[in-house]
Design a binder for this molecule. Structure first.
Ligand code: C2E
Ligand code: CA
Ligand code: CA
Length: 534
């Protein structure tokens, strides 16, 4: 099987291109899920931090009040009354009392706690605050308490209070951490020591193998917080997101694949369609007038091909001419154009023997001797003088200088003038200008457009004009749309112009009609001048 490498590349590009939306939707599902899960972990870590700060606030205020109020006896009746008041008015504190040698001597709970030994201290904070992390009392054996002591007073809180945030997530871990000691104060679930070390200035979240971890840095009390959510939660969320994004991605992929297929099919089918259109004679010509800038007189017209398909749809030459060139059909198109001119322009040449018709030729025409015969025949059929058939050849057709220059030399020797079309757009070296002699240079519309603008290329047209002058080639400016452009070109010595300012492409009948009307009015003018001078 003969498969062109280009086709394989195109198919591969189409597959990769079409799969892109699916890949993108999978990526988006993961990204969105990761972001949400990290946000959730951060939310819990910050919540734990806030709770532990609120608990610490209450303990701090309570102990400060007791220290300030007691005189010599911390267990005086008034001090114990204050303990009760603090306990009742603080939402987090379970009990508050006086302690000496790790033993509670009196408290807001009265006789219940008196004489309780808290045992050895678990942690002494840099501030001097001492902590017992898991105290058990005989009256509530199943509950662990946190005891915080400062200046002889101790506050008792439920150990799980700071981490009592409702995550409802199986396998989630929460903890409050003492910094700089980097030790867990209260915690539930599995906490890795590297997460504790990962504390930063800002709260941050990251993925560590089996967990999405968030660390809230200490703000007020050298206490930080950690939340770790099992990775299964993230996977579940990715899956849920994928259920939405993947079908959308698949749909986009299918649409894209369909579009790529349609375009590819249209491109490969186009040559066959052009061939068929040539047979069915779906093409026709329009003629755009070309004027002498100094007088405004119509000197000639460029034949421009038009394609109206059977269903009435119009295809632009910019679309089908390149396809015809690539697929080797362009010479058939040129023959078609010449045949059309032959069939319809006879009367024009009879009535206006000096009028020019410009015909666009392609590289393939300029590489083929048959082109000379084709144009010779046109001259015979229409009775036109060869000097009235102007050949328009784009810069692109001079890639093979030698072959093009032979055919052009023969055309010129037979009397056909030759114009370089779209001058300045071909990116080719200008060396062909020395080898091939031209009659006209058509300044491309893109340069005319820059006139009277600040475009950086607006100077280029001046160089083109001075070059044409030094080569002694007459100039035709294309795409002239305003009187200012015409004025500029006239002042710089450009001889001819073509553009909407003077006339859009039109059917031959209208061209002929307008020429006759011009003719009649100038004859009338001549007649009246003759009478005046008699
Ligand atoms: P081109 O040879 O440069 O033809 C001039 C193009 O500029 C024409 O477009 C014309 O309609 C357009 N034009 C003229 N004056 C103005 C103006 O003032 N403003 C604007 N905006 N446009 C203006 P068209 O007819 O669409 O042709 C496009 C191109 O297709 C032609 O460019 C030529 O390269 C090619 N083409 C057209 N007919 C033939 C043909 O019979 N044979 C070959 N080989 N190529 C052709
Ligand atoms: Ca042209
Ligand atoms: Ca042109």
């Amino acid at each position: 099987m003969n498969v062109k490498p280009l086709t394989v590349v195109t198919v591969l590009a189409a597959i990769v291109g079409a799969l892109a939306p699916v890949a993108l939707s999978a990526y988006l599902a993961r990204e969105e899920a990761t972001r949400t899960e990290k946000d959730r972990a951060l939310f819990y870590a910050l919540d734990v931090l806030e709770r532990s700060e609120a608990v610490t606030d209450q303990i701090d205020i309570g102990i400060k009040r007791l220290v300030a109020s007691h005189e010599s006896n911390p267990c005086s009746a008034s001090s114990q009354a204050l303990m009760k008041e603090i306990d009742l008015s603080s939402s987090y504190i379970q009990a508050i009392g006086h302690i000496a040698a790790n033993r509670i001597l009196c408290s807001s709970l009265g006789a219940e706690l008196d004489g309780q030994d808290l045992g050895p201290v678990d942690m002494v904070r840099p501030s001097g605050v001492r902590l017992w992390l898991n105290v058990r009392f005989p009256f509530a054996k199943d509950v662990g308490f946190l005891a915080v002591e400062r200046d002889g007073f101790v506050a008792i809180v439920h150990k799980n209070l700071p981490i009592d945030t409702t995550t409802h997530i199986k396998g989630a871990a929460l903890a409050t951490i003492a910094y700089p000691e980097a030790r867990v104060i209260t915690g539930s679930g599995h906490i890795e020591s590297k997460w504790i070390q990962a504390v930063a200035r800002e709260p941050k979240a990251f993925i560590d193998e089996k967990y999405v971890v968030a660390v809230a840095a200490p703000r007020k009390y050298f206490i930080g917080a950690i939340c770790a959510l099992p990775i299964a939660e993230l996977d579940r969320r990715i899956y849920a997101n994928s259920l939405v994004t993947i079908p959308a991605g698949l749909l986009a992929s299918l649409l894209l694949a369909w579009a790529i297929f349609q375009i590819a099919q249209a491109r490969t089918a186009m040559p066959a369609v052009i061939k068929c259109a040539l047979k069915r004679r779906e093409f026709f010509l329009e003629y755009q007038p070309l004027v002498e800038l100094s007088t405004g007189k119509w000197m000639g017209a460029e034949a421009l091909i038009r394609w109206r398909r059977m269903k009435g749809e119009v295809v632009k030459p910019d679309v089908f001419i390149p396809v015809a060139e690539e697929s080797g059909l362009i010479q058939q198109v040129s023959q078609y154009v010449v045949d059309e001119v032959a069939a319809e322009a006879g009367e024009l040449f009879r009535r206006f023997p000096d009028f020019h018709i410009g015909i666009n030729l392609a590289a393939a025409d300029l590489h083929d001797d048959g082109t000379v015969l084709m144009l010779r025949k046109l001259v015979e059929q229409t009775g036109a003088h060869p000097s009235c058939i102007v050949i328009e050849a784009t810069e692109r057709s001079f890639t093979d200088h030698n072959r093009a220059s032979d055919v052009i030399a023969r055309l010129r020797s037979e009397g056909f003038p030759v114009a370089i079309d779209d001058f300045g757009t071909g990116y080719s070296s200008l060396s062909y200008l020395e080898r091939i002699k031209f009659n006209y240079l058509k300044i491309d519309k893109s340069f005319v457009d820059t006139l009277n603008t600040d475009a950086p290329t607006s100077e280029v047209i001046l160089h083109i004009i001075s070059m044409a002058k030094s080569l002694n080639i007459e100039m035709i400016a294309e795409g002239v749309e305003t009187e200012q452009q015409a004025q500029f070109l006239r002042e710089r010595g450009v001889q001819y112009a073509q553009g909407w300012l003077y006339g859009r492409p039109m059917p031959l009948s209208r061209l002929l009609h307008t020429l006759q009307a011009h003719d009649a009015s100038s004859e009338a003018r001549d007649e009246s001048n003759r009478r005046i001078h008699q």
